[in-house]
Design a protein around this ligand. Sequence first.
Ligand SMILES: Cc1cc2nc3c(=O)[nH]c(=O)nc-3n(C[C@H](O)[C@H](O)[C@H](O)COP(=O)(O)OP(=O)(O)OC[C@H]3O[C@@H](n4cnc5c(N)ncnc54)[C@H](O)[C@@H]3O)c2cc1C
Length: 420
Amino acid sequence: MTKRAIIAGAGLTGLSAAFHLKKSGIEPVTFEQNSYPGGLSASFIKNGFIFDFTGHYLHFKSAYAKDLAFGLLGGKFNEVKRRASVRAGGELIDYPFQENFGQLKDSSIVSACEKGLKDRKPSENYGSFREWILGEYGKGIAENFMLPYNEKLWQYDLDAMLYLGTTAYTPSSKNDAKKNGYNASFYYPSEGGASEVAKALAPLAGEIRCKSRICSINPSARSVTVNDNIVFEYGRLISTMPLPELIAMIPSAPAAVKQAASSLQYTSVFALNLGIKRAGISDKHWIYFPDKSLPFYRVGFYSNVARHLAPEGTTSLYAEVAYPGGSVIDREAETAKIKEGLIRAGILEPKDVILAELPMEIPFAYVVYDLEYKKNTSLIFDFLCSKGIVSTGRYGGWAYSAMEDALLDGKNAAEDILDA
Ligand SMILES: Cc1cc2nc3c(=O)[nH]c(=O)nc-3n(C[C@H](O)[C@H](O)[C@H](O)COP(=O)(O)OP(=O)(O)OC[C@H]3O[C@@H](n4cnc5c(N)ncnc54)[C@H](O)[C@@H]3O)c2cc1C
């Protein structure tokens, strides 16, 4: 039996795993279903506009990940100081809401937020995400931003979601010395799009076979079937595919594991990227929209993050709409709703000329920490571990994580294999 290491998926996690294996003398083969590497950190050029999978900005907690990314790009990053807003009650105020609600002209909202902060009852032990929001921020902030925004983003009952500690999506005033949230500044490549990191990593990651979809796995034979017809044997397998899909590809998985995998909850995103023939539509990097009468939860402006992402005299933007994982959306109807919503929100004008348009579906966008999350994921990972399969990355590890984590997850997966 061959001892080769196979990696499923050439997103940042798979590329990083391959890069670290190769550095240690193992030649991996990476199978990627798309025609390009990069996964969600890829970029696309349309009519002179560079679009990412919506905002993809780097934040570093780990010196290793920062050195790796900077080394790959020869330091070609700009550090960008965030300009983000929340549109609440028709007004734009600075983000984070909980620090800046005092900017609202509507004094009834301001006093409700202040009263909520006074009356809130923080706890060490919250039973759900909703309880956490109410306990940490109080009723006013909860009702005017945190609850509607999170309901819109997660498309899931917040009473049925766990609170697992402060994470990137809900900056907590408690843990935030600067009161600016986790992403007060971020890094973006000074040339090209977010894909520059994956583009620099790919040539150092050994053999990558694109247009190669892994469709079934036989852990006993240690083999994968690619594109329905080619069988490859492996010594070790690292998977970065979404966890429910990975388990569905293992016919021999026990019924309880299959059941757990099909019970995993997630949120999908439809994003509309637009290039508009008008400069200076906004000075923000992105705006949050808790208002449920508008379809999108966030709109971001690529051309404000890096001028080179759009031609002179234009603006480029994305609008993100969330829908329950696994459901089907009507792309055309959604696109029309977004454009109409952008006009209602005062971002687009009816006479605006659209020079580029790129809709994107992200079926697995956000992992939902539902009440069965821990039980289901433990069962699945115990099974995979018993079969010698390392499943990692944002969707392989089934976690809320970022590009920095993907670089580290890939490194850790390579080390797991080397140590085994
Ligand atoms: C809307 C949104 C905004 C985000 N914004 C940010 C941000 O601002 N900053 C940040 O740091 N992170 C951000 N992230 C997170 C970031 O995209 C991920 O952390 C990172 O890209 C995950 O990399 P990955 O390799 O684990 O997964 P992916 O990028 O999903 O890569 C997995 C790869 O596996 C391939 N694959 C799947 N199934 C198969 C198969 N059967 N056979 C072969 N190949 C397969 C896929 O095609 C894909 O290329 C955002 C994510 C989303 C959804």
